[in-house]
Structure formats: C-alpha cells, structure tokens
Design a protein around this ligand. Structure first.
Ligand code: ADP
Ligand code: ADP
Length: 229
C-alpha cells in the first residue's frame, strides 16, 4: 500500500517580471510506501519544494495525478488534505498568536473537535510547554520551527512532510527533530522529508528519491542507492 502516489506530475510557473516560464517539475512518477521514512534529495532548485507544496495544496499542479492515502487530490480534495501535514521551510507564523493559540487555530482549520484536540500533548512533544502563552514573534528561530512541526500534527495526519527541516538548524534542535520523527514513524506515521544533505538522508530514510532539474533520476532503498553512488 502507498501513502502517496504521484503520476506524471508537472509544474510550470508562469512567466514573471521578464523571467521566462519555469518548468519546475517535468512529469514525475513517485510512490511512497506506507510507514516509511522517505527522503526527497536534490540540489537547490531541483523542484523539491514545488513537489511538496503541491502535496500540501499550496501550489497548483500543471498536470498529473496525486493520491494521498488513496484519496485523489482532484476528486477528494478534503480527504486528501486531511491525510497530510506539512512543516514548511519558511518560518511563517502569525506574530499575534501565542504558541497555544497557533495550535488551536490550526486544529480549528482542520475541523478537529475541541474535545479531540491534543494541544497540551503536542506542546509537550515539541518542548514548548513553558512557552505555551508566549507570542510567536517572541520565539527564537528554533522554537518557531518546533511550533511549525506541532502545527503540522494537530489533525493527526497519516503522512507528515518536512521541507528541509534541518537547514540552518543547530545540532540540539536537529536531534530533537529526528527523535520526534522517529517516534512518530514508530507510531505508524509515514514521513517524507526533503534535504540536500545526502548524509542526513542516509541516516534517516528507508528509501530515497533523487530529484534533479524537475525530474526523478533515481529511487531505491537507501542501502542499495548509497551502494551505487
Ligand atoms: P511581486 O513583487 O510581484 O510580489 P515577487 O518577485 O516578490 O513579485 O515574487 C512573487 C512570489 O513568487 C514570491 O513569493 C517569490 O518567492 C516567488 N518567485 C518568483 N520567482 C521565483 C523564482 N525564480 N524562484 C522562486 N520563487 C520565485
Ligand atoms: P528546491 O526546493 O529543490 O530547491 P524549488 O521547487 O523551490 O526547488 O524550485 C524549482 C525551480 O522552480 C527553481 O528554478 C525555482 O527558481 C523555480 N520556482 C520556484 N518557485 C517559483 C515561483 N513561485 N515562481 C517562479 N519560479 C519558481
């Protein structure tokens, strides 16, 4: 069974301020097994964020099919979106929400009933219990990143996607992120992460796909792929 199935996924960004149109994805096929930790690897500009933003429903695809947990993106957009949680790369948070409010509002957006919310549990997991009532504009970069992870988890998604979770992150936060990711995976969550660090992907991921210039140029079990490089 696949957590994510992608067929012929293409994205062309429209021309912009004298820049020509940009083919960011050129027909990518990808299958992510349920329960895996899956790495999307590739240099800057390869198309990784574009792919993830399409999964998250933040960027519209130009062509192709996407199924998340069996739900077709176009046919069942609501179920498809509910099955996935995304921790974005940018530290965009509403500065006037406290950490607790940010999680509550996110849960509300996903229609999680009040009695089913796990706000305290999530605050604990991301190590922000002490900062629950602090406004996000007062939080450090590391704390914001942790809060973004928490926000991705409020609706208890089947699939968690992390876009460059460790870019510019210190060793302590990196450890915490990886511990959380491993724990969530052990509880059955499928994890997809992008990185441009091969070493990190090698340590964390069961399978790796390499994206280059908008195309998938390799996909295999990590041990086999690394053996070939
Ligand atoms: P405007 O001033 O019209 O809003 P911007 O230059 O700020 O235009 O770009 C609009 C958005 O498109 C920005 O969020 C930017 O990140 C994105 N964008 C435009 N071109 C590129 C590009 N080549 N690579 C990545 N993002 C781009
Ligand atoms: P990666 O995440 O692998 O670094 P991206 O998906 O961000 O790659 O970008 C893939 C290509 O698409 C790059 O050439 C980038 O400049 C371009 N791009 C990304 N976002 C936009 C945008 N909003 N408008 C125009 N071009 C974009």
């Amino acid at each position: 069974q696949f957590a994510i199935e992608i067929e012929g996924l293409a994205k062309t960004y429209a021309a912009h301020k004298g820049e020509p149109p940009k083919e960011a994805l050129k027909g990518v096929d990808l299958q992510v097994p349920q329960g895996s930790i899956f790495g999307l690897l590739g240099p800057n500009g390869a198309g990784k964020s574009t792919l993830i933003n399409i999964l998250a429903g933040l960027v519209r695809k130009s062509a192709g099919n996407v199924r998340i947990w069996g739900f077709d993106h176009d046919v069942n957009p609501r179920q498809s979106r509910a099955a996935i949680g995304v921790m974005p790369q940018e530290l965009n948070l509403d500065p006037f929400f406290t950490a607790r409010a940010a999680l509550d509002v996110q849960a509300g957006l996903y229609g999680v009933p009040k009695r089913e919310r796990r706000t305290d549990e999530i605050l604990e997991m991301i190590g922000l219990t002490d900062k629950a009532d602090a406004y996000s504009r007062t939080l450090s970069g590391g704390m914001r990143r942790r809060l973004l992870l928490g926000k991705a988890l409020v609706h208890n998604p089947h699939v968690l996607v992390l876009d460059e979770p460790t870019a510019g992150v210190d060793i302590e936060l990196r450890q915490m992120l990886w511990n959380n990711v491993r724990k969530l995976n052990e509880q059955g969550m499928t994890i997809i992460l992008t990185t441009h660090y091969l070493e990190e992907a090698e340590q964390m991921c069961d399978q790796i796909a390499i994206i280059h210039n908008g195309e998938k140029i390799a996909h295999d079990r990590t041990d086999r792929l690394i053996g070939r490089l």
